[in-house]
Design a protein around this ligand. Structure first.
Ligand code: URA
Length: 237
């Protein structure tokens, strides 16, 4: 179920504000009846006419991108930088599900399906995100334990579900740590490591829910299969 004005706007015929004007002016029909109520909810099955022209429904599209560095996770950038949407050739109005920082790489989903995006982002779904972080310095067991006990971000204690030290390089004084979280706060992983005294030099999302980077080089993308889309719908609580 979606709001009528939203469905009209996403079909590409006009903006959402213009759609609202058309509705209140009595120029929109749902299943042959004029509807002037702005909050009216419609489904995929409803026939919507704007000024007696049937609108085309936007087909839902779903992509998995291996986000490269140096690309912003938005649909447009006021500084003219390249966005993740620029990497995918489509006319559908897709947008990223959640955020990765400009310099963060890895798993990023994009879609024009708001329900799909909400399921993945809703805290109740408890979707796991696995990150590999390269840290400046070498983390000790007690610092890993402090992370596991939970750190305070934005007045909320966040606890990773797993933290694993994967590699230590004394020569460059760096280490690789894999961390699994459920939330999606701004700069969450960087801030979590910062709170135990470490700077993140590189960050890659290796996994979100059951999506990983198998067969995708940096900057490459693929469409999701209908099975994968259904599986995401199955995560809904
Ligand atoms: N945590 C961060 O700090 N940055 C990201 O891009 C994702 C998670």
């Amino acid at each position: 179920m979606e709001r009528l004005q939203k469905v009209i706007a996403s079909s590409g015929v006009t903006s959402r504000r213009k759609a609202e004007e058309l509705i209140t002016a009595g120029k929109v029909k749902v299943n042959g009846e004029v509807v002037t109520e702005l909050g009216t909810k419609v489904t995929d099955k409803d026939r919507i006419e704007v000024e007696n022209v049937l609108i085309a429904k936007e087909v839902k599209e779903y992509y998995l991108l291996n986000k490269p560095r140096g690309v912003v996770t938005t649909t447009s950038d006021d500084k003219g930088r390249k966005t993740v949407v620029d990497l995918i050739p489509t006319n559908a109005r897709i947008y990223p599900v959640g955020r990765l920082d400009y310099d963060t790489t890895g798993v990023l989903l994009l879609t024009n399906d708001g329900d799909f995006a909400n399921i993945l982002m809703h805290p109740a779904s408890e979707v796991e995100k696995v990150y590999m972080a390269k840290l400046k310095g070498i983390i000790k067991g007690e610092q890993i334990n402090a992370l596991k006990d939970g750190v305070k971000l934005d007045d909320q204690v966040v606890k990773p579900s797993r933290v694993k030290l994967k590699k230590v390089d004394p020569k460059t004084n760096t280490c690789m740590v894999q961390i699994t979280i459920h939330e999606g706060k701004n700069h969450q992983v960087k801030r979590m490591f910062e709170s135990v005294g470490f700077e993140v030099l590189k960050l890659k999302r290796e996994k979100e829910a059951f999506f990983d980077l198998k067969d995708l080089q940096s900057g490459e993308f693929r469409k999701l299969t209908p099975k994968e889309v259904a599986k995401v719908y199955g995560l809904q609580k």
